[in-house]
Design a protein around this ligand. Structure first.
Ligand SMILES: Nc1ncnc2c1ncn2[C@@H]1O[C@H](COP(=O)(O)OP(=O)(O)OP(=O)(O)O)[C@@H](O)[C@H]1O
Ligand SMILES: [Mg+2]
Length: 324
């Protein structure tokens, strides 16, 4: 593992933005993407860290971890559902097949937790017992495991960023998807989640919940797109301390980016106004977490790509035959 001191030194060099000489640059919160010929797209996963829907910092190697960890999961799940990956010409880059993203975020939850407005525990704590079309009994405790993982879809927020809760039936009733496609997606999502939970368990982690994005490929088939089982799209808890803490009524030890949110919450920041300035140590610690979770889940040693990222990336893309 790269030392904390080295990581601290790399914080200012972490990849914030790319400006490749390619057409159609678009930026999401974490990724920059560009159009390539023949229906492909080049996605650069940057080191940007977003929480509370705000970009808070750049974390060294975060982009590489997300890109390579997702690629690993895509490989692990391609027998369940095909995915968008074509190749990884650089540690931070995926070339993918463009798909038409479906208008539903497919969230799978194995536990009742979370404090945001769409979270199960938050709704339950308000007294709701019919949530996302499922009926919950009285007397549940926060962070309890559900009898079976469930799908709690939301609309894709788009520019306004507000995801609306849906029941599984509403996905079809509102005309977001046809019944057959939605059925196929739900089945695939539950199998991928189960596999994710098994892999996580072997790594000493609990895959608590996650978000999948699916798209429709040119030939009309369903493909898994975006990212899979990363600390940005999923909640992970430490497995060995879960039971004891649960019995004591304590929150589990998280192993995703929740700890960044908690550090901000300690300074009373919850997403409104100017975020407080955090220490370089926090971003180095975040970097360590991302690297550790990659190593735990994949069982592989993380091989840090050369910094700074952009010149390396350009060299690798040229080597892969992309004209820049
Ligand atoms: N194969 C694909 N075809 C079409 N669009 C894709 C494909 N894979 C990913 N995308 C889209 O690319 C974007 C990825 O960028 P990024 O994750 O930065 O976006 P974001 O949506 O702003 O972030 P967040 O995930 O926090 O909402 C997403 O909008 C995703 O739906
Ligand atoms: Mg995203």
């Amino acid at each position: 593992m790269i030392s904390k001191d080295e990581l601290i030194k790399l914080v200012p060099q972490a990849l914030n933005e790319t400006n490749l000489k390619l057409a159609g640059k678009t930026s999401g919160k974490v990724r920059d993407w560009y159009d390539l010929p023949n229906g492909e797209r080049l996605i650069v996963t940057t080191d940007r860290l977003s929480a509370f829907d705000v970009i808070l910092a750049q974390v060294p190697f975060k982009g590489q971890v997300l890109n390579q960890l997702s690629a690993w999961w895509f490989e692990q799940t391609k027998d369940i559902v095909p995915n968008h990956i074509v190749s990884l010409p650089d540690p931070n880059v995926s070339i993918v097949k463009v798909a038409e993203p479906i208008l539903v975020e497919v969230i799978v939850r194995g536990y009742i937790t979370g404090v945001t407005s769409t979270a199960l525990w938050y709704r339950y704590s308000l007294g709701e017992r019919e949530i996302y079309g499922y009926t919950f009994p009285d007397g549940l405790q926060k962070n309890a495991e559900l009898p079976e993982p469930i799908i709690t879809p939301t609309t894709k927020g788009g520019a306004t960023g507000h995801d609306e809760r849906l029941t599984c039936a509403e996905v079809v009733e509102k005309g977001l998807l046809d019944a057959k496609t939605w059925d196929q997606i739900q089945k695939a999502a539950l199998v991928i989640f189960k596999r994710g939970q098994e892999v996580a368990r072997k790594a000493g982690l609990i895959l608590v919940d996650t978000k999948y994005e699916f798209g429709i490929a040119k030939d009309g088939s369903v493909v898994l797109i975006d990212e899979v089982h990363t600390p940005d799209s999923s909640r992970f808890w430490k497995a060995d301390s879960y039971e004891e803490r649960f019995s004591a009524g304590e929150d589990p030890e998280n192993f995703d980016k929740e700890f960044v949110r908690l550090e901000y919450a300690k300074q009373n920041y919850r997403g409104d106004g100017t975020p407080p300035v955090m220490s370089m140590e926090l971003w180095a610690a975040a970097s360590e977490r991302y690297i550790t979770i990659y190593e735990l889940l994949t069982g592989k040693k993380f091989k840090a790509g050369a910094y700074p990222v952009e010149p390396r990336l350009i060299k690798n893309l040229r080597k892969a035959g992309i004209k820049l």
